[in-house]
Design a protein around this ligand. Structure first.
Ligand SMILES: Cc1cc2nc3c(=O)[nH]c(=O)nc-3n(C[C@H](O)[C@H](O)[C@H](O)COP(=O)(O)OP(=O)(O)OC[C@H]3O[C@@H](n4cnc5c(N)ncnc54)[C@H](O)[C@@H]3O)c2cc1C
Length: 487
């Protein structure tokens, strides 16, 4: 019996690379929510690759994915797979009702607010923070009631789909509070702060990075796991096939793994939110800002963040629009509770409302592409003092299932940390699953291309397409692995 990796997003690809184990991926291409795709102006068809004339908008499934932080070794790996460019973050809070932009982070740019507000905020922020349990309480203690009423409450109400009053605080490093910087920023420019002051992005697009990683792994596409029989140690796939396993390294969301295995734990499940990502390609409007992204506490159509891919890099625009920069490539994020998934008709209605609102703001003119994606588990949260994550992971570990990555472990982390997680977990399986075991698999496997060939593929950047999404070069569709369904 063999061990497998579940999920071919960046975490699963890193684990596949360092372990040599096969990766089962539900989609027809690699990269998960980080995958880039391309759409020609006026078209409704997603392309896995930029067309030969390069005349297409580049978007990402999960909205703009900028690579921040990361271990030096992970960054070294990234750069060895694909050339990257570095960018200095430009982002702001946009108060539409006041038509006012305040650079991010808000608390370090108080001079953009009126004097009475600044005085009140400074008075509140000089108090020593007290106790807190929930995210709302934490915000009040650290940012004070005035900034909370102005921005933090309305923004987080949208960003967490209303959960901020019950969930534990999370990711405080995203918006650090340093009194010295707050005071300095009330009068003059304070040093840049936050987790993504600098970020990098692959020159040829994030899809190229995922596809090149996949070309070095044994990825089986269109292989959606639908259930896991922990007694028989069998993976059941959506196409009705079944496969025995020894151990599993899973990047699939923790809640979904509990459901698929039928395991239960005592602690109540921690919550998560879904995100509807709306990608828009449009004519650039006269008021379109230069920011990379904006935090929106009061947009009428309900989104909490709008990002401008092409303000980061013009390569996100169709080639013909790049010299004049007269188009703009945009992502818009709106959070939902998972049981409030809108219907197709409601999504269409929302898309129209967003386009109209962005036109009213003068950000865009005519829209050329409007393309939504629902991400069911996008942001994961925890209740104060919750033991659910530990209990769920331990229950799975007892069955030989190891959870890794942002959704596997139910934590906030970006691409770079997801890659590190995958490499680390995969490498520990390399030791256990030495090459002979790989060959002893119950069923024949698609062998990765020899090293020399793989290098050639990476250099050439050759790709093929399947069902409109990328299929890694050198990796066949997984027909050989299919076993007969068990009764
Ligand atoms: C809205 C949003 C914006 C973000 N922005 C950034 C950013 O700017 N920078 C950054 O670094 N990070 C960002 N992130 C985080 C980043 O997306 C994650 O860190 C990263 O995608 C995690 O990769 P993963 O492989 O663990 O998960 P995923 O990308 O979710 O991959 C999981 C894979 O499993 C597959 N799968 C699911 N179910 C099954 C099944 N049953 N059987 C087989 N396969 C299955 C999926 O198709 C998918 O390919 C953002 C996340 C969100 C939600």
């Amino acid at each position: 019996m063999q061990s497998f990796i579940l999920g071919g997003g960046v975490t699963g690809l890193a684990a596949g690379l360092s372990s040599g184990l096969p990766v089962f991926e539900a989609a027809p291409g690699p990269g998960g929510i980080c995958s880039s795709y391309y759409m020609r102006p006026g078209s409704q068809q997603r392309l896995a690759q930029a067309p030969a004339d390069d005349n297409a908008y580049r978007f990402e499934i999960g909205g703009g994915h900028w690579i921040f932080g990361g271990d030096a070794t992970v960054l070294h790996f990234l750069r060895s797979v694909t050339a990257v460019k570095s960018y200095a973050r430009k982002s702001s809070v946009y108060f539409q009702q006041m038509d006012r932009y305040v650079p991010y982070p808000l608390q370090n740019h108080l001079r953009f607010l009126d004097r009475a507000t600044v005085g009140q905020v400074l008075k509140e922020l000089t108090k020593t923070p007290g106790n807190f349990h929930t995210m709302a309480e934490w915000m009040e203690q650290y940012f004070g009631p005035t900034l909370c009423q102005l921005f933090f409450y309305p923004f987080h109400d949208r960003y967490t789909a209303g959960l901020y009053k019950t969930i534990a605080p999370q990711d405080a490093y995203k918006s650090p509070v340093s009194l010295a910087n707050v005071i300095q920023g009330a009068f003059e420019e304070a040093p840049a702060a936050g987790y993504n002051v600098q970020f990098i992005y692959p020159i040829e697009g994030l899809n190229t990075f995922a596809q090149r990683m996949a070309s070095m792994c044994d990825v089986r596409y269109d292989r959606r796991v639908s259930a896991i029989d922990i007694q028989d140690k069998a993976l059941h796939f959506a196409d009705g096939t079944v496969l025995r396993y020894d151990k599993l390294v899973s990047t699939l969301p923790l809640n979904k793994m509990l459901t698929m295995t039928g395991l239960q734990v005592e602690a109540p499940q921690d919550p998560h939110t879904a995100v509807l990502v709306l990608n828009i390609g449009a004519m650039r409007g006269p008021n379109c800002p230069e920011d990379h992204w904006l935090y929106n506490p009061d947009a009428q159509s309900g989104f909490h963040r709008v990002g401008f891919y092409s303000n980061v890099d013009r390569s996100f625009l169709p080639a013909t629009a790049r010299p004049r920069n007269d188009c703009v490539s945009i992502y818009v994020e709106r959070a939902y509770l998972p049981d409030q998934k809108p219907t197709e008709a409601e999504i269409q209605h929302y898309c129209q409302a967003v386009v109209k609102e962005l036109q009213d703001w003068g950000y865009i003119g005519a829209a050329e592409v409007v393309d939504p994606t629902w991400i069911d588990v996008a942001y994961t949260w925890s209740y104060p003092q919750s033991r659910w994550i530990q209990q769920a992971m331990q229950a799975l570990e007892k069955q030989g299932i190891y959870q890794i990555g942002r959704y596997g472990r139910w934590i906030f982390q970006g691409i770079a940390d997801s890659l590190r997680d995958g490499f680390y977990a995969g490498a520990s399986f390399k030791t256990l699953e030495a090459v002979p075991t790989f060959a002893e698999a119950q069923t024949p496997l698609v062998k990765p291309a020899p090293a020399a060939q793989r290098k050639a593929v990476i250099r050439k950047g050759v790709h093929s397409k399947a069902n409109g999404r990328a299929t890694a070069p050198g990796v066949k569709k997984d027909a050989s692995l299919v076993t007969a369904p068990e009764n």
